[in-house]
Design a protein around this ligand. Structure first.
Ligand SMILES: C[S@@+](CC[C@H](N)C(=O)[O-])C[C@H]1O[C@@H](n2cnc3c(N)ncnc32)[C@H](O)[C@@H]1O
Length: 243
């Protein structure tokens, strides 16, 4: 079994020849068995904020999930081509697993080990999807390794969205799809309120409420195919092409 310098929870049915970049350093198997400690690796220099929030995440997001988020997740995952090699970035506790296409194959990546530990125990995770601890801005995968990638509620937290999108452009093959479900800065007066809200949420949770994510993706060279507003433009479903 290969062990990479990030948290990797192997899945028995995942193809062993999947084009990951070569591991640079091996870690002890005991790290994978240390259930509650955060791992410090080149990919996780500081303890990610979501290590602290992991245990509460699903309880907090639950009402939104039942009201509209679940439906939007299903819509986003509907953008994923059948039989594609998929990459999820910032998979969190695995709330998208139930919406993956049947027989999905690929990687669900996530920065926080504590979030990954919860995702690991989700029975909905497809057999062909393995878990990898990785930072969006530094993905440990080969160029063009995936047919499509997606993220939900992640680019509000990613430290460098430009670098994250550049990485998605690299690891998704030309002609592939990148789909996002993100809360963003809404237009009009509400936008200013979100600027103010960010002054609080960024130091507390690394969460930017005023990101212009579609523009960022486009600036990074992704081709915007569709931008759909939800909840008065606070949430957007963004579908991009890779050229
Ligand atoms: C609001 S949660 C969303 C989790 C999940 N995608 C969902 O929809 O429920 C944001 C997630 O993004 C992850 N994250 C934040 N910055 C990241 C980064 N630079 N690279 C990868 N994941 C990151 C966090 O650890 C957290 O799990």
């Amino acid at each position: 079994m290969n062990l990479y310098p990030f948290f990797w929870i192997p899945s028995t049915k995942f193809p062993t020849n999947f084009p990951l970049t070569a591991p640079t350093k091996r870690v002890s198997l005991s790290l994978l068995r240390t259930e509650r400690k955060s791992i410090s690796t080149p990919h996780t220099r500081a303890r990610p904020v979501y290590d602290r929030l992991a245990a509460h995440y699903e309880r907090v997001i639950g009402p939104l999930e039942r009201r509209w988020l679940g439906r939007l997740r299903a819509e986003l995952l509907g953008e994923m081509p059948a039989r594609a090699r998929l990459l999820e970035v910032g998979a969190g506790t695995g709330l998208n697993f139930r919406h993956y296409p049947r027989g999905a194959c690929g990687v669900a990546s996530e920065l926080s080990r504590e979030m990954l530990l919860i995702a690991r125990d989700k029975p909905e995770r497809p057999d062909g999807v393995r878990l990898v601890q990785a930072r969006a801005e530094q993905l440990p995968f080969a160029d063009g390794a995936f047919d499509a990638a997606f993220a939900t509620l992640v680019f509000c937290s990613v430290a460098s969205p430009a670098q994250g999108f550049a990485e998605l452009r690299r690891v998704v093959r030309p002609g592939g799809t990148v789909a996002l479900l993100e809360h963003v800065r809404p237009a009009g007066l509400l936008g200013h309120a979100f600027d103010a809200l960010s002054l609080l949420t960024v130091p507390l949770f690394d969460d930017h409420f005023n990101r212009r994510t579609a523009e960022e993706a486009s600036r990074a060279g992704l081709t915007l195919r569709r931008v759909e507003n939800h909840l008065r433009g606070v949430v957007q479903l963004i579908v991009c092409g890779v050229s």
